[in-house]
Design a protein around this ligand. Structure first.
Ligand code: ZN
Length: 157
């Protein structure tokens, strides 16, 4: 009998689901950033998600502010909201590291126990829905494009 363990897992799942829904309903840092130094657009044609990501770097290469606007499904909006929450205050290299970790977790079959996702673990549940993985990775690809100053829209295709 491992009822206790399975109940705990369900609780965690529920918590993550709530976190996703909360960010989808009330996206953080939603809107335009007038002082953006880096921007990128992201398009996921499979689902119809479209967003524009704004990043403001300070002189030392730290992300002072981040915001996004656009429209998409709950997962794409929640992921972008969690992204902005995560990267504000980080140096560029650390933000790129998050991009690599999140895309690795979402697109591989096995969890890498060396990666500590923190609250971004909420996104890991999306792996159970392969058709929605691109919704979750879209904003992260846009982040990477923005930081590389790549002007072509990031697309999940
Ligand atoms: Zn979507």
């Amino acid at each position: 009998m491992n009822n206790v363990a399975s109940i705990a897992t369900d609780d965690v799942r529920e918590l993550y689901r709530e976190l996703i829904l909360d960010h989808a309903r009330k996206p953080r840092h939603f809107g335009r950033l007038e002082d953006a130094t880096h921007t990128a657009e992201g398009i996921n044609p499979l689902c119809g998600d479209k967003l524009k990501l704004y990043i403001e770097l300070d002189d030392s290469g730290v992300i002072r502010d981040a915001a996004f606007e656009g429209s998409g499904c709950a997962i794409s909006v929640a992921s972008a909201s969690l992204l902005t929450d995560t990267v504000i205050g980080l140096p560029v290299a650390a933000a790129v590291h998050w991009f690599e970790n999140v895309t690795a977790i979402l697109t591989s079959d096995s969890s890498d126990p060396t990666i500590d996702l923190g609250k971004l673990h909420a996104l890991e549940g999306v792996r159970e829905f392969p058709s929605r993985v691109k919704c979750a990775t879209l904003s992260w690809h846009a982040l990477n494009s923005a930081l590389e100053n790549d002007k072509t829209p990031a697309t999940t295709e």
